[in-house]
Design a protein around this ligand. Structure first.
Ligand SMILES: Cc1cc2nc3c(=O)[nH]c(=O)nc-3n(C[C@H](O)[C@H](O)[C@H](O)COP(=O)(O)OP(=O)(O)OC[C@H]3O[C@@H](n4cnc5c(N)ncnc54)[C@H](O)[C@@H]3O)c2cc1C
Length: 390
């Protein structure tokens, strides 16, 4: 596997670095304004605001290596926050299965980040076993709209979203993967009620969403009725690779080492303590191995292969590494770790660390729990068959 960058790739990396430096947020600027302008400027660079979109939809048409460079450089830089739901998740579905009218209506506001989306998949009785979902969509007698009723749970950002892409059941007579329909639902409909769920770290990012008699025009159905499972499955692979966050982990590990080096122990620092140093080294080795897995799939993508079940390996190991990084941050903060939040004792990284650690508990649950990823790897990567139980 050749991972040396060509002269063109090195020139591209320089170009990315200067763009990120020239457009970094400056203290005192209106953050919201800066954020929208950053994406406009990235668009003017030739689709850098939507790196993964295909060229015919305004993306940059980068090679896998250019994507890799972009990920590495943006992980280090101060780039504006971005939600995965519109640009990263719904957009590819609309491009693949939506009609022209839907693409023209939704892709431009998704691209400017002025329209926020949330993902209405999970339900109180349907998480890992998503196909058991029960939110019902009944077609009206005149065939003009669906009437939707049900409850979604863990819906990230539902409280700030303008729209939700939602899996609904239009038929329960066949296999549970059949009869699922993909609908687009406006969050300002009077039949939508959003209630916050406050998670372990004290944050409000997820919600319950109650859907009561919401009328959805058939024109807001993506693709065919009953084929939603096929569309939803494709989307999960995009989600999993994104969650792995290898570049962010490389950056987070550098930070962790800097922070641990600032903690005094005897005549040295925490980095000299053998127990801590061992855990750090193990983490670094695992991250390096994951980087090589990423590079390997990059190499096969360069050769034209489609992403496959290796996204499960990336998700499983990537989230494990993120959690261990958070845990070692809390360990480095020592007694100051629990004093997180607004109190002003101990190093800054220690206070932020505990919040991050508690939030990171969810990484191995969302986007498909770790146990489920192991099943996918056993079946589709290792080719293991289920034991007959005898
Ligand atoms: C912070 C956060 C944000 C989220 N955001 C969203 C969102 O925006 N939109 C959305 O739709 N959903 C979202 N989710 C939901 C998430 O996708 C589900 O929580 C996840 O799929 C697991 O489902 P569950 O919670 O129902 O757990 P369950 O499926 O009930 O699983 C419980 C336990 O059983 C294990 N288990 C289940 N099935 C198997 C199996 N076949 N083999 C072995 N073990 C198994 C699981 O690994 C887990 O440990 C979010 C969740 C969290 C925590």
């Amino acid at each position: 596997m050749d991972i040396d960058l060509s002269p063109e790739d090195l020139a591209f990396a320089d170009d990315v670095r200067s763009f990120l430096a020239d457009n970094a947020y400056k203290a005192g600027e209106d953050f919201g304004q800066w954020r929208f302008e950053w994406f406009e400027k990235a668009k003017a660079k030739g689709g850098w605001d939507v790196p993964k979109w295909p060229k015919e939809f305004g993306g940059p048409g980068w090679t896998p290596t250019q994507h890799y460079i972009w990920e590495r450089e943006t992980a280090r830089a101060n780039t504006p926050w971005d939600m995965p739901f519109g640009v990263g998740m719904l957009a590819p579905i609309l491009m693949g299965y939506g009609n022209k009218e839907q693409q023209e209506r939704f892709l431009p506001p998704i691209r400017t980040r002025k329209q926020n989306w949330c993902q209405g998949y999970s339900e109180p009785g349907a998480g890992s076993d998503l196909a058991s979902l029960k939110t019902k969509a009944e077609l009206s007698a005149d065939g003009s709209h669906y009437v939707v009723n049900g409850t979604k749970i863990w819906t990230t950002a539902a409280h700030i979203a303008d729209w939700m892409f939602c899996l609904t059941r239009t038929d329960d007579s066949g296999k549970k993967q059949q009869g699922i329909t993909f609908l687009l639902i406006p969050m300002n409909d009077p039949g939508i009620e959003v209630k916050p769920i406050i998670t372990l770290g004290g944050a409000h990012s997820v919600n319950m969403v109650y859907i009561n008699d919401v009328k959805v025009p058939v024109t807001d159905r993506v693709g065919e009725e009953g084929k939603g499972w096929t569309y939803a499955k494709g989307l999960l692979q995009h989600e999993r690779t994104g969650i792995a966050g290898v570049s962010r982990s490389v950056f987070a590990l550098e930070n962790l080492k800097r922070n641990a080096a600032s903690v005094k122990r005897g005549n040295g620092t925490l980095l000299d303590e053998s127990g801590y140093a061992k855990k750090l080294a193990e983490l670094e080795i695992d991250l390096m191995a994951l980087e090589f897995t990423e590079l390997r799939s990059l190499a096969s993508a360069s050769a034209g292969a489609a992403p496959g079940p290796e996204s499960s390996i990336m998700k499983l190991k990537g989230t494990d590494i993120q959690q261990r990084t958070q845990k070692l941050t809390v360990e480095a903060a020592g007694i100051f770790g629990p004093a997180w939040g607004k109190s002003k004792v101990g190093p800054d990284f220690g206070r932020a660390g505990m919040g991050g650690y508690l939030a990171s508990r969810a990484y191995t649950i969302y986007g498909g729990a770790s146990e489920v990823q192991r099943d996918v790897i056993a079946k589709n990567v290792l080719g293991l068959k289920k034991s007959s139980g005898k």
